[in-house]
Design a protein around this ligand. Sequence first.
Ligand SMILES: Cc1cc2nc3c(=O)[nH]c(=O)nc-3n(C[C@H](O)[C@H](O)[C@H](O)COP(=O)(O)OP(=O)(O)OC[C@H]3O[C@@H](n4cnc5c(N)ncnc54)[C@H](O)[C@@H]3O)c2cc1C
Ligand code: SF4
Ligand code: SF4
Length: 937
Amino acid sequence: MPDGGKAPLPAPYDELHRELAGFIAPARLILDPLRLLAWGTDASFYRLVPKIAVVVESEDEVVLLLAACARFHAPVTFRAAGTSLSGQAITDSVLVLLGDGWRRCEISADATSVTLQPGVIGAEANRKLAPHARKLGPDPASIDAAMIGGIAANNASGMCCGTAQNTYHTVEGMRVVLANGIVLDTRDARSRDEFRKSHPDLVRSLEALARSAQGDDALASRIRRKFRMKNTTGYSLNALVDFTDPIDVLMHLMVGSEGTLGFISEITYRTVPDHGDKASALILFETLEGACAAVSLLAHAPVAAVELADRAALRSVETKPGMPAGLRAVGPEGAALLVEIRAPDAASLRRDIDAVETVLRDVPTFEPVRFSTDAAECARYWNVRKGMFPSVGAVRRIGTTVIIEDVAFPVDRLAAATLDLQSLLRAHGYDEAIIFGHALAGNLHFVFTQDFNDASEVARYARFMDALCHMVVERYDGSLKAEHGTGRNIAPYVELEWGAQAYALMREIKRMFDPLGILNPGVVINDDPHAHVANLKPLPAADPLVDTCIECGFCEPKCPSRGLTLSPRQRIVGWREIARAERAGIDASAMRAGYDYAGIDTCAACGLCATACPVGIETGLLIKALRGRRASKRAHGVASAVAGRFGAATAGVRAGLAVADALHGLRVPVERMRRMGMPLPKWSPTLPRPASWRHEPPAGRGDLLVYFPSCAARTMGAARGDDAQALPTVAQRLFAKAGFDVRMPEGLSGLCCGQPFESKGFAAAADAKSAELEAALREASENGRLPIVFDTSPCAYRMKRYVAGRLAVQDSVEFLLSSVLPRVRIARVPGPVAVHPVCSVRKMGLVEQLDAVARACSEEVVAVPDVLCCGFAGDRGFTHPELNEHALRRLRASLPASCRRGYSTSRTCEIGLSEQAGMPYRSIIDLVDACATAKAP
Ligand SMILES: Cc1cc2nc3c(=O)[nH]c(=O)nc-3n(C[C@H](O)[C@H](O)[C@H](O)COP(=O)(O)OP(=O)(O)OC[C@H]3O[C@@H](n4cnc5c(N)ncnc54)[C@H](O)[C@@H]3O)c2cc1C
Ligand code: SF4
Ligand code: SF4
């Protein structure tokens, strides 16, 4: 990775860096300005840029790192997924990021507990628990991206978990590294004993704190009352009243401590049941008070979740496609409740639905309450809720920030509190604000847009926050942060919420754990009364393709280059900074140089980021546009010329593959020359040989179909040592077994869907090729009368979008499932076989269909859910092989040793998959052909 002009480090970071270099590999010590900025960003509206970012791979490294930082008094901030909203995961000092070594997930024999390292994504843990009908208690809306370290350190929660199933209440044990580098494992009696002996002062102090809190009735009952609500303001003081053993107190204080008391290196959770039978109802009310009265009734009913939405929140989504029609009929004071019931089986679900409907029988609602068990209808209801936050983000003025706040009130006063909140927002000019939240927990989120580019706007926000905090605390004794953590955002108000006595306890806790004040200073405890309006993040306009990005980080787990160079969020952060600097006339050449490689060259342009983005951004589109802008006029001309003589170009590729095959023994010299900087493609043992095949003209005995073999399938055969035939040969044979006669479009050798041009940013050449192919397919298919089948998913995906319904293009997966499998006899192979859904299969929503095809043909199908985009990206796997290696670094270890074959739907992806897995990957068409025989006429 080019260093992008790193600046010399100021003291003492220069010396600290030298010390860290003694035990951290250079590639894991980040100093270049682009990555420091981009990797340093979290989802909050605060910006601090670290001096050094360190990727740690083991607990030993954390111990050494803390010792080094303590020696230099250098503050340290731990980072999990960086989805925090309150400014607790950023620093201007040392940022500690988790490498691959933190992903262990061990489920107990009866699945009632799970032990996790902090780098496991919450949803990953749940995916592994799902076959046991169990899940984690904490369920933040960000669970598809958030990691265990952050979920525990923020005491995150969500729709269903309430206060009973958050980390505090479901943690069974923990391994922590304290600021002095000492490791304590609360699950290990010996470790507990040793800790008592080695830390008598801390142990005594914790005992004393707990004793004094428990002995003070007023304080103890206030703590208990406040934690009956969701509350993440300040430290988890309930640890002092709930436990007497100092080590239990310590462990529970770590929950919600936001990296300010120590590092959580492992955690054991008690899991909770994950009921599969569900029903939902969307209930509309004339008034907010009516909805809140229903919430009080539902508090004693068998419901899993009750979500409240005010009228403004409903208005923000009511005109979107697919929304229930009734939303628009709700009056100006109306509101809605979205209620979910979950049960272990259908009979219990029916019983619970009856019970809930009975509870709500006399409640005045727009329409009679009706629960649905239909998955599609339930999804429609929940889309109402899911659409609310993005709807504000999507319509905000460019350059402004979306703020999502998070307060809780006593449930019995929810109606009054919501009305007060609405008036307060209006009084401060936040007319577009919407309110929704987890009603059973009295937890309201409100979302509004804020301009931080203007001092008067910052002052307005400061006035609003002041008024809000006083209202929540003084009128309702509520909590200022119910779920999202104190961070920098509420740190100035912790004392207001808790009062002087409890706040003094929190300060004492911080002092006891971190006497040097090096653990995430400024977070939770902060003496600056203006900390919440300092270090505000700019969100300058950069490109309309990404300007609505809220930097939430939800896209990151999808990205094959995350951790190698940049994630989608980090690409946007970097590009925003470059655009801002260049507009201001500041020299951004150093950052631009780094961006060329990290931002532009190593993006696979796979588009998977869009599948997770709440505001629908596909960062790959920005990158393709930047590639197009970066390419010279001449390069665009060359691309158009190649597109115009595509047949000759593919013949050239075939000839090149023949030469490469002849030189197969030259791996060492070729790779050496490549590393010396010569512009040679990477040598790969799985490099394809030129494909050899011919079109078998229609015999006139079967149904006609139009088959389009992609240019990759036409030119790239199997690798040396793999006896597979060229894909067009196999596909034609299979189609014949299924009783089809194959027609191919005229002028096939010159045809291409345009994908290779599009991914390099040559949009005009790409569209010209698509248009040409559309015309040829139209002709061959007799204006769409005949089915049109592609053998390569990225090409099918591109053409589907290009023809936009003018022609029906089918991916091979669709055609195999709907039209081939029913027409052949299948003898399943014993298995196991691995299946890799390429990105376009994911984007076309065909993952399950691919799985179904594979299961029809093999007794055992291995899916590797951790591996998404393979990073080969057309020819990028040859020019930037590190992307493919990084994207598939976990593939081989995830496959059972007995697995000898893999199947996919893109020849180029299969080259990289074969090399990284150490076994051949072929087209799924090959698998079906191997199992299929023609049915007797
Ligand atoms: C759109 C959106 C919706 C959200 N919805 C919810 C929600 O419904 N409920 C909710 O609770 N939150 C929500 N959040 C906030 C956030 O996603 C969660 O709190 C999440 O659990 C944070 O996890 P993370 O992995 O991103 O942690 P990070 O943001 O990386 O870190 C969180 C804190 O934990 C500390 N930390 C990280 N790892 C460790 C470790 N190993 N040891 C000690 N400290 C550590 C960090 O220093 C930081 O203070 C939302 C955020 C967004 C952007
Ligand atoms: S691109 Fe989308 S998912 Fe990614 S950070 Fe931006 S808003 Fe979030
Ligand atoms: S297009 Fe793919 S590689 Fe590029 S940023 Fe998005 S997820 Fe990452």
